[in-house]
Write a protein that binds this ligand. Structure first.
Ligand SMILES: O=C(O)CCC(=O)C(=O)O
Ligand SMILES: [Fe+2]
Length: 291
């Protein structure tokens, strides 16, 4: 893991965020046993009969709970896990709650360390970025992709960029499916056992005035194998103001994005379907099509 302040590691992080927007971390300090425990408990949950899973069903006007994507071939469970006052315990499956609690507190530690490193590569003091969040919120989303007879005809999850600060993803070890768009091609992310995949979200792209990219990604289906991904999103409080840092705006790279309250950005994004980078493009200067 990037130890804060280690110049060589920070340089690697800078390159990864500029070129790819994605990287994998290995020495993150999360116990392999805890990672496996979460995988086992989630597998148990998705194998429950539908009536059992529907006890946690996402109501039409909510973003938390168990549900299905409308156009894609996957199910999900979505929870806000941090801070605790935003939790809705009615959506926390009984067999998962203790493990999610433990896993998400490790993710909070790892995620805040990563945000501190991003603060440093953005040329700021270590804690500036966390401060700008007002509070670092954490969402947890499990994506469950069942085996599919016609994997070439449907997607597990349509192409999108994440509207968050960063996403930290645990994948299955032996199944592929995640792909990122790199120089016009779709590149699979090969799982490294025990590693966590990290990707830069729209918030970092906006704050860095486009230097670090929130890269488009999608999930493919597999014919004979199911696949599960465990995605933790870190993001600012709704009232945090998001706009490019002054020092990232230079003559060769004029200000690319308008200032926006994070909550407003999310509201605007939720009105649109998942489609590449349309949300962030909408707040680009000269392209604003919001309210
Ligand atoms: O499951 C994957 O491979 C990607 C999931 C993802 O991008 C998301 O949930 O935002
Ligand atoms: Fe994503």
């Amino acid at each position: 893991m990037i130890s804060n302040g280690n110049k060589e590691e920070l340089l690697k992080l800078d390159i990864a965020c500029k070129d790819w927007g994605f990287f994998q971390i290995v020495n993150h300090g999360m116990e392999r046993e805890l990672m496996q425990r979460l995988k086992d408990a989630v597998a148990e949950f998705f194998e429950f009969p539908i009536e059992e899973k529907n006890k946690y069903a996402m109501p039409p006007d909510d973003i938390q709970g168990y549900g299905h994507t409308s156009v894609d071939w996957s199910d999900h469970l979505v929870l806000i896990v941090h801070p605790t006052r935003f939790r809705k315990p009615q959506f926390w499956p009984e067999n998962l709650k203790d493990t999610i609690e433990e896993y998400s507190s490790e993710i909070q530690r790892i995620g805040e360390e990563l945000i501190n490193s991003l603060s440093l590569i953005l040329g700021l003091e270590k804690h500036v970025l966390v401060g700008l969040h007002k509070e670092v919120l954490q969402g947890f989303r499990v994506n469950y992709y069942p085996p599919c007879n016609t994997p070439e005809k449907v997607l597990g999850l349509s192409s999108h960029s994440d509207a968050r600060t960063i996403a930290i993803v645990m994948q299955d070890d032996n199944v592929t499916g995640s792909e990122i768009r790199y120089k016009g091609n779709w590149v699979p992310i090969t799982p490294i056992p025990g590693a966590l995949v990290v990707n830069v979200g729209d918030v970092i792209e906006i704050l860095s005035n486009g230097k670090y990219k929130s890269v488009e990604h999608r999930a493919m289906e597999n014919k004979n194998k199911r696949r599960t991904t465990y995605v933790s999103f870190l993001f600012p409080r709704d009232d945090a103001e998001i706009e490019p840092f002054d020092h990232m705006i230079v003559d060769e790279n004029p200000k690319m994005y308008k200032e926006i309250k994070y909550g407003e950005y999310l509201t605007h994004m939720r009105k649109r379907k998942l489609e590449g980078k349309t949300h962030i493009n909408a707040i680009k200067i000269n392209e604003w099509i919001g309210e």
